[in-house]
Design a protein around this ligand. Structure first.
Ligand code: PEP
Ligand code: MG
Length: 570
């Protein structure tokens, strides 16, 4: 099968099927002799969920609105409906599958039916069906079941899912699974970004993998080519084992560059920074020799949790990174929530979340949440070289409002005699074409700029970065994108405002020389990629690439651009 490679490496392992984000369950086939017991497990979970509802009803706080009763009643009705209380039993028997899987399959069938309703209210009731199913599944956790057929190491397990959210992936972090594959998703979705930061091979956009692959199938995932091989023969398996060891050897060799400075052949120094999602990531940052954090996506502190981290918890997290990196720069981006990173329990997801209340827009609309973060950030700045980065700026008034907000927070800390770095640098992300075109608005008032190519490309080409159906149109080499990039870099350099690229383009070897040729001197990427890019910088002469880069910029023929780029990289 062919998909979109989003995180390189070669993995060989056994398939483990998992389901949609909220209904995240395994599938396994059971021997006939276990089926009665499995149905009894399902019945027990059903009974436990019923009594859970009964106790919710009797313990209802007196102040709860009457709607609470109506809601409970609706959920009880859904639970008691034979479509949820009987059909899964039949599925367990007919498919010989585990109860969790039967609940999941039946729920998906029901949700698909609700999707067909013309009436928006009725269609919306699919959320209630999912919520009831989740309640039932949670009860299943307490009903001891059969283990998947063979207990094996996580690294030999390849997770196969229709879709995985960034929040799912971050949860898998401690397991170190062998690889991830999904049916949907684009190369610069946050799911892909997290897979790269875990250094776990990942291919997305495989369309029907989840349907076609069975639990325990032997898989080879080639994260370089975006190829998945199911149940390979011995010869192919041997070939890939060899490729896997060659790949691992290469990576080990590259790590020897860890302490080398990233200078071009003509002696220009280039900063190679890392992107992180969690404080724990700094071990990897150091192991790969990045000399600072160019982007800490702080919103990952929020994902997978019911309650929001308070000021103290955030402060500890930011301070840990600031201190861990000693005096090296630590650029912490304020929450970029919304889009494909929703808070759990988000009340409403907009029709076009990428164009909606996302990032700085969201923060300005939730001043309480923003103030908490800002206080924590400023307090942490006392302990290291912290910089604050504002995502998704689109206009002057938004920028002014944000800067005033920061000033007011500083004032509060002054009033309370709490120390912070008074010279703290505030930067902005250039990831909306409007910001790129009206760069002066931002460059005048900010201390530094960082180009978010993932979004800049998404918004310039009107391509949803999470949607594999349009992934083929996502093109960093589109002349419009190249012009914007070279212009942002040139303008920033002219104005003396430091500029970096922290989108995925910064870590793609194919673009290293091109960006250097545009005048870029700061790159921020997933840690594991730093040694590879460093090797490319070390072998580049700025003098030699200058003419060819300009030629690429002048060309508007996509074929020609690719041809010239190949020459640049050869
Ligand atoms: C970007 O848009 O390029 C970026 C770095 O931010 P994110 O990927 O988190 O949206
Ligand atoms: Mg972005």
């Amino acid at each position: 099968m062919h998909g979109i490679s989003v995180s390189s490496g070669i993995a060989i392992g056994y398939a483990h099927l998992i389901s949609h984000t909220s209904l995240d369950v395994a599938h396994y086939v059971l021997p006939k002799s276990f089926l009665d017991e499995e149905i009894a497990r399902f019945d027990a979970a059903l009974a436990a969920t019923r009594s859970e509802f009964a106790s919710m009803r009797s313990n209802r706080p007196t102040y709860a609105a009457a709607e609470f009763d109506a809601f409970l009643e609706l959920h009880q009705m859904i639970l008691d409906d034979p479509l949820l209380s009987v059909a899964p039993r039949e599925l367990i028997a007919s498919e010989q599958c585990n109860a969790e899987w039967a609940i999941k399959v039946q729920t998906e069938t029901l949700v698909a039916q609700f999707d067909q309703f013309e009436d928006a209210y009725l269609r919306e009731r699919q959320t209630d069906v999912k919520q009831v199913a989740e309640r039932l599944l949670k009860q299943m956790v307490g009903q001891p079941g059969h283990q998947p057929p063979s207990a094996r190491h996580d690294v030999e397990t390849i997770l196969v899912a229709h879709d995985l959210s960034p929040a799912d992936l971050i949860q898998f972090k401690p397991h170190q699974y062998g690889a991830f594959i999904t049916d949907v998703g684009g190369a610069t979705s946050h799911t892909a970004i997290v897979a790269r930061s875990l250094s776990t091979p990942c291919v997305v956009g495989l369309h029907h993998a989840r349907q076609l692959i069975r639990e325990d199938d032997l898989l080879i995932l080639d994260g370089e080519q975006g190829v998945l091989i199911v149940n390979p023969d011995k010869l192919i398996l041997a070939e890939y084992k060899l490729r896997q060891s060659v790949w691992e050897l290469e990576r080990k060799k590259l790590k020897r560059l860890r302490t080398a400075r990233a200078n071009t052949l003509d002696g220009t120094e280039v900063d190679l920074y890392a992107n992180i999602e969690k404080p724990e990531d700094i071990a990897e940052v150091k192991a790969n020799g990045a000399t600072g954090i160019g982007l800490f996506r702080s919103e990952f502190l929020f994902l997978n949790r019911e309650n929001l981290p308070d000021e103290e918890e955030q402060f500890e997290a930011y301070r840990a990174v600031a201190m861990g990196m000693e005096d090296q720069p630590v650029t912490i981006r304020t929450f970029d929530l919304g889009g494909d990173k929703q808070l759990s329990g988000a009340k409403r997801v907009a029709n076009n979340p990428a164009l909606g209340l996302r990032a700085i827009r969201f923060c300005l609309a939730e001043p309480q949440l923003f103030r908490t973060q800002m206080r924590a950030l400023l307090r942490a700045s006392h302990y290291g070289n912290v910089k604050i980065l504002i995502p998704m700026l689109s206009g002057a008034s938004e920028l002014d409002q944000t800067l005033q907000f920061i000033e007011a927070t500083k004032q509060n800390l002054d009033d309370e005699d709490i120390p912070y770095d008074r010279a703290i640098k505030i930067g902005g992300m250039v990831e909306i074409p409007a910001a790129a075109l009206a760069l002066n608005v931002f460059a005048r008032k900010l201390d530094f700029l960082s180009i978010g190519t993932n979004d800049l490309i998404q918004y310039t080409l009107a391509i949803d970065r999470t949607d594999e159906e349009v992934a083929h149109l996502y093109d960093p080499l589109h002349p419009a994108v190249l012009h914007l990039l070279s212009r942002i870099i040139a303008t920033s350099n002219r104005l003396g405002v430091p500029v970096s690229v922290c989108g995925e383009m910064a870590g793609e070897l194919a673009y290293t020389r091109l960006l250097l040729g545009f005048g870029l001197r700061q790159f921020s990427m997933f840690s594991a990629q730093v040694p590879t890019v460093k090797q490319r910088v070390l072998s580049t002469s700025l003098h030699e690439i200058a003419a060819l880069t300009q030629k690429i910029l002048r060309s508007d023929d996509p074929m020609k651009i690719r041809e010239l780029l190949d020459r640049l990289n050869s």
